[in-house]
Design a protein. Structure first.
Length: 131
């Protein structure tokens, strides 16, 4: 299975992505699901024009600039995430707005916390309190 990295940006028209592994291949979609579908079409066209064989399976990896991540996932409480990450909340808000840019160490802390939360959420079971 081939890994394809979509570097995503969001604007008023929806989502745009550059496909990192294939120079000059870009795509657009109003939703992330449409973006993924359009990325597959863009790759098919790329391989058709280059007259090379297209790998059979692709696994898309979405890569966001930190500002884009917080725009796409606007339901995340930045203060709580900062607290869990051990980062100053004001600083994380500045990262989220694109006022300041984190270094690799800060990105690693934020990413580790987000993945930790994701694991916790996948282990969650809900019930209805019936009285």
């Amino acid at each position: 299975m081939s890994r394809v990295t979509l570097i995503i940006e969001e604007n008023k028209d929806g989502f745009w992505a550059q496909i990192r592994e294939y120079d000059g291949v870009f795509t657009h979609g109003e939703t992330l699901e449409e973006l993924k579908s359009n990325a597959m079409e863009a790759l098919e066209l790329y391989f058709e024009e280059s007259e090379s064989a297209m790998p059979r399976n692709f696994k898309f990896e979405f890569v966001y600039d930190i500002r884009e991540f917080f725009e796409v996932n606007d339901f995340i409480n930045i203060s709580k995430l900062a607290e869990r990450s051990g980062i100053n909340p004001s600083l994380l808000r500045q990262y989220a707005r694109g006022i300041k840019y984190p270094g690799e160490k800060q990105i690693a802390k934020i990413q580790a916390t987000i993945r930790e939360i994701g694991i916790e959420l996948t282990k969650t079971t809900l019930t209805s309190a019936v009285t």
